[in-house]
Design a protein around this ligand. Structure first.
Ligand code: NAD
Length: 437
């Protein structure tokens, strides 16, 4: 079927009203739950093939996270769908009823990236279903094993006029973007986000853009350095550094740096033995293009290598060792999001310098600070802007389903997860109801 006909078939189905009742939405959420539960092994296996990430990591992160989200939606959906009655104002008569009705938007387009190829398809689907929409999904062609599996699974569990999967690369996505959607959610990098937004503008389609950026980590002298290093190392080298919320670089004083570096080196030994290449816990770079991109930066960087044996880099295996570099602020690694297993460390005098440095860059998707000092935490929150913050850990704020998730500025636009996801894919229709008397 042509892409135009796919979208038109979905719009016709949406217009029948079939997707609106709460019962239908819940049935479809349960259907998605079934898809996950009946295909656990296959879903974790394709991620292993795409990224060499262990089943034991993918299972809780990508499948567990999505199942938790479905359960949360099932529990709250009836409440969220109810009209919200609002306070009367000077413009209302005593007999007026002002309220908000929760309308589905229509046909939603989900465009996903390759780094968490299962959850980046499932997590946007959940609120789209819950809000009563139909969905066209475009998984990333780079995580091709996962994309192929979804192409087999989605039609088994969903009617194509309700949920359809379109596989392909840039040409297919470009064609798809010519169609009129009622909402587009794109997860990926800022340069492509501009293309998506420009295409959406032609139809005035609202967009949610879940992007990335350089997530800074400030390690203050008063922090527990061993615990900080453990948490930073786990977050950094998870998925070989290919996590949108991964710590991108460290800001630390010269007094604390030696202790911090020693603690990171110890973690790397503990996590991957002496040799990450042989470790089942260490993933691979997604493809050779990204391997070449990170390799070029490594070759160009003047940073002092504090961890990571350069000799072990292997293009045929897409292997880059976990690497730590002591760098200047102008190092090539400090321009764009690294999205790979390299952790640069920058030496600063104090928190003031760290904050200044962060504020000179684009607004990141997340910012992290490790300190026992509440005043420093408050100063960091007041003086920096980012999509989200975890204090004394990294990444974990995304696991809190009751918090909104999204970026700010170049790291993204809009938010989803939990109730915020339901609201994103819902049109809040204002109603003022009057009587004749
Ligand atoms: P990618 O290359 O897989 O691209 C994402 C999607 O965009 C794919 O489906 C791809 O087909 C499509 N696409 C690529 N180029 C296109 C073009 N020219 N026109 C139309 N469509 C196009 O993924 P990526 O961009 O490399 O993903 C990595 C980025 O995603 C990183 O910046 C990361 O931080 C970010 N990310 C953000 C989140 C978040 O929730 N904020 C989550 C994961 C990844």
């Amino acid at each position: 079927m042509s892409l135009h006909r796919i979208v038109e078939a979905q719009r016709a189905y949406f217009n029948t009203g079939a997707t609106k009742p709460a019962e239908f939405r819940k049935e479809q959420l349960l259907q998605l739950k079934k898809l996950i539960e009946e295909n656990r092994a296959a879903l974790t296996e394709v991620v292993w093939k795409d990224l060499r990430r262990r089943h034991e990591v993918t299972e809780p992160m990508e499948l567990g996270g999505s199942l938790e989200e479905i359960a949360y939606y099932l529990k709250n959906l009836d409440d969220w769908m109810k009209p919200t009655y609002v306070e009367p104002t000077v413009a209302t008569l005593p007999t007026d009823k002002p309220y908000i009705v929760k309308d589905p938007k229509g046909v939603v387009l989900v465009i996903s990236p390759w780094n968490y190829p299962v959850s980046m398809v499932l997590l946007p689907m959940i609120p789209s279903i819950a809000a009563g929409n139909t969905i066209v999904i475009k998984p990333s062609e780079l995580s091709e094993n996962t994309a192929i599996l979804f192409e087999k699974l989605i039609p088994k569990y969903f009617d194509p006029k309700y949920v359809t999967i379109v596989n392909g690369g840039i040409p297919e996505t470009t064609e798809l973007l010519k169609e009129r959607f009622d909402h587009i959610i794109y997860t990926g990098c800022p340069p492509v986000a501009k293309i998506i937004m420009a295409a959406a503008a032609k139809h005035l389609t609202p967009v949610t853009l879940e992007l990335g950026g350089k997530c800074p980590v400030v390690v203050e002298d008063d922090a527990d350095i061993e615990i900080s290093a453990q948490r930073i190392a786990r977050g950094k080298w998870l998925n070989c550094g290919q996590t949108c919320l991964a710590p991108d670089y460290i800001l630390v004083s010269s007094a604390t740096k030696p202790k911090f570096v020693a603690a990171i080196q110890k973690c790397l030994k503990e996590f991957y033995g002496g040799n990450a290449k042989e470790s089942k816990d260490y993933s691979r770079v997604i493809n050779q293009r990204h391997f070449d991109r990170i390799s070029a930066l490594l070759d160009e960087s003047k940073g002092v290598v504090l961890a990571g044996n350069e000799e072990s880099r292997d293009r045929s295996d897409r292997f880059i060792p976990p690497t730590v570099l002591d760098v200047e602020k102008t190092d090539p690694f400090m321009h764009d999001e690294i999205f790979g297993p390299v952790l640069p460390i920058i030496t600063v005098k104090n928190l003031c310098e760290s904050i200044d440095f962060i504020n000179k860059g684009e607004k990141p998707l997340a910012a992290y600070i490790f300190t026992k000092d509440e005043a420093k935490v408050q100063r960091f929150l007041n003086e920096t802007t980012s999509g989200g913050v975890t204090v004394n850990d990294v990444i974990m704020h995304v696991a809190v389903i009751t918090l909104p998730f999204g970026g700010v500025g170049v790291s993204g636009m809009g938010r989803y997860r939990g109730k915020f996801g339901f609201d994103t894919f819902t049109h809040e229709k204002s109603v003022l109801q009057r009587v004749f008397a």
